[in-house]
Design a protein around this ligand. Sequence first.
Ligand SMILES: Cc1cc2nc3c(=O)[nH]c(=O)nc-3n(C[C@H](O)[C@H](O)[C@H](O)COP(=O)(O)OP(=O)(O)OC[C@H]3O[C@@H](n4cnc5c(N)ncnc54)[C@H](O)[C@@H]3O)c2cc1C
Length: 408
Amino acid sequence: MIGAGHAGLAISRVLTERSIDHALIERGEVANSWRCERWDSLRLLTPNWQSGLPGYPYSGGDPDGFMTMPELIGHITNFAAASAAPVRTHTTVTSVRRVDGGYRVATDQGEIGCRCVVLASGAANVPRVPQLRQAVPERIECFTPFDYHNAERLPAGGALVVGASATGVQLADEIHCSGRPVTLAVGEHVRLPRNYRGRDVLWWMEHAGVWNQRYDEIDDLDRARGLPSPQLVGTPEHGTLDLNVLSGAGVEIVGRLAAIRDGRALFSGGLRNQFALADLKMQRLLDTFDQWARESAPGVEAEPQRFEPTHAPAAPRLGLDLRSGEIRSIVWATGFRPEYRWLEVPVLDRKGELRHDGGVIVDAPGMYAIGLPVLRRRKSTFILGAEDDARDLVAHLAHYLADGGRTG
Ligand SMILES: Cc1cc2nc3c(=O)[nH]c(=O)nc-3n(C[C@H](O)[C@H](O)[C@H](O)COP(=O)(O)OP(=O)(O)OC[C@H]3O[C@@H](n4cnc5c(N)ncnc54)[C@H](O)[C@@H]3O)c2cc1C
């Protein structure tokens, strides 16, 4: 198994429950991504009660709170210890090849032969940065969420944040609070209120069944897998962080960054459409919650709520001269992607994405993946989603082993 994040550890726990011998290879420490690839102030946007792992529910005193990074690292490390997970830390997988009877995994500490391989190496190994980054004038400093640590490390002056999903809205807010003028370029996004009818919105996602929807019940799976993360933040105040909150605080909202030409950033004019679409989708989701509450949860007493539409700026700027000195830094909050350079088995599609059926790599029998968006359920990429996926995949893997490798 490759990767000792929560997903790899969840699989390891379930393998141990079934007495299936395995090793977990990790290039850093347990919970490496949370230790090395996140910014200082980040808290989970999922409430603590959604951080349970197989046989290891959240047991702290603040189920509705949101973990800081040190708290989460402690939680995952304690889970690894409680599971006695066989982790080999500081061991980097450099290649995985198919051989007779299974796979050969080369690491910087030697080779391992195995019948099955589970790729739990993460969905967010590399920040996605668009090609137009190359056209940014040299004097502007660029950051990704991996090298942004806190606003104080940015140069003084204006910042352009590109992307308005969870990362983008959180960093725009933090940079704005540091006193720097912030321009936020907004493309497709998913708007959500933090609270709905007196409960956390993710309580609704879980209980109304939205997060449990299976991958093979979703009409447009590619689209579901490519959806941006929701505009949510986990704070002690449990506040909403949508575009109305940001623009009300003074963040300038502009359209999607479409091009940089001769030092000029050009923004799309389709802001109103983006807002209308995100508002409509949020509305539909709230309708789903209301229907579920009517039919299945009469105990929810608070009345349905509706929220103001996203306010479009009267005349959003369509261009910004990046040589004028107004913008001193750009933060690319444009998403993440997995990285499989070491995978020498032909299981990637033209876009470099894994071809799999609910985490079962059909073209490579005995190979599995976990932790990817909407892998088997809408909740798959979240901590909460690991247990069900791990149990399904280990059931398949156990059958494959018992069957002498004949199961497809
Ligand atoms: C900014 C951000 C915020 C998020 N917030 C939340 C949240 O609030 N709630 C939530 O539930 N989810 C959240 N997620 C989603 C998800 O929980 C994380 O992406 C999580 O880290 C995924 O767990 P994982 O175990 O699949 O991958 P990872 O935690 O990334 O673990 C993969 C492990 O594999 C190791 N690895 C990779 N390549 C190799 C190699 N070649 N050799 C050896 N080891 C290797 C890595 O070092 C890493 O430790 C967030 C994600 C991001 C990016």
